[in-house]
Ligand binder design. Structure first.
Ligand code: MN
Ligand code: MN
Length: 307
């Protein structure tokens, strides 16, 4: 088979990068030629993990073509994938998200489980194929589980994620809590980002109930108040997105990863959806959402059912 490009979603997070690297490694061990790629900038959290385990970042690409064979990890929705994905040959998908808008003209390998992290599924693929996970790759996969589950505190976290993380920590030779807190903290340093960058760091465009064009962005912090001091600039950046992308709803989640709460800033003609979904009144476009940390489990489906 020709060279396979392995990549995750746009605005890559630690799971997307770790999954790309781990899957490319596994494919290579299985006799294929596979290289990890990325569709955007590396976050500070991911940079911390890559540096800690001394692994280089995948090369940046922006689009694929009909000549490319690809493995999609940590996503399946075309809107979150590389430009030109409709023309490429999708060989395999490994993912833990809802399946939405994904179709192929040919049969495809599709590995999906409703677990907290793509790397939890990849761990199983290593075992199924009797391929040993090297310590540095194991460390990166562990980083992905810590990141996606917020150190096992997210409601998306399953017993499988916990069990796999413990095994990976042994292989990588790190203490989960010590390493995990240091990594998460490295990822919450937002000072160097402009308001425009904050709203695009981890921004996902979704269409809710086929009618409401929405963007839901999330930043993790150890101090919500610190981020809220920049509220006006953040709102200006969100308004720019609403105008340029034609959004009906723009949601910016500021998630306190230590205490597991979020402050939300909401703009757009359908801001009422958020008020209805969480029974809150937005004051100056903002509200506090206790216990809300997971965009995938506690935001997108909840907003969808309140359109
Ligand atoms: Mn992801
Ligand atoms: Mn993920």
């Amino acid at each position: 088979m020709e060279k396979i490009l392995v990549f995750g979603h746009k605005s890559p997070d630690t799971d997307t990068i770790a999954s790309s690297i781990a899957m490319a490694y596994l494919q290579t061990k299985l006799g294929n030629t596979a290289v990890p790629k990325r569709l955007g900038n590396i976050s500070k959290e991911t940079e911390y993990a890559l540096n800690h385990f001394k692994i280089g970042a995948p090369e940046l690409i922006s689009s694929v073509s009909e000549d490319d064979t690809v493995i999609l990890v940590d996503h399946n929705e075309p809107a979150q994938s590389a430009d030109g994905i409709a023309d490429a040959h999708v060989y395999m998908v490994v993912d833990h998200h809802r399946i939405n808008g994904f179709t192929t003209p040919e049969p495809v390998y599709y590995y999906a489980e409703p677990v907290g992290c793509t790397c939890t599924i990849i761990y199983k693929l290593f075992n199924d194929n009797n391929v040993v996970i090297p310590a540095d790759v194991a460390g990166l996969m562990l980083s992905a589980i810590i990141s996606d589950t917020l150190l096992f505190k997210s409601p998306t976290c399953t017993d499988k994620d916990r069990k796999v993380a413990e095994d990976l920590a042994k292989i990588a030779g790190v203490d989960i809590n010590t390493y995990g807190l240091a990594m998460l903290k490295a990822g919450t340093d937002l000072t160097s980002f402009s308001a425009e960058e904050l709203v695009s760091l981890d921004g996902k465009q979704v269409t809710l109930a086929d009618t409401v064009k929405a963007k839901i962005s999330q930043v993790n912090t150890a101090d919500i108040d610190d981020v809220m001091t920049r509220k006006e600039k953040i709102e200006a950046a969100m308004q720019k997105d609403i105008d340029s992308l034609g959004l009906d709803l723009d949601v910016f989640l500021i998630t306190d990863i230590i205490n597991s709460n979020s402050q939300v800033i909401v703009l757009g003609s359908r801001a009422d959806i958020v008020e209805k979904a969480y029974s809150v009144k937005l004051e100056n476009n903002t509200a506090f959402l206790p216990g809300i940390v997971s965009r995938k489990k506690q935001v997108i489906p909840v907003l969808t059912s309140n359109v």
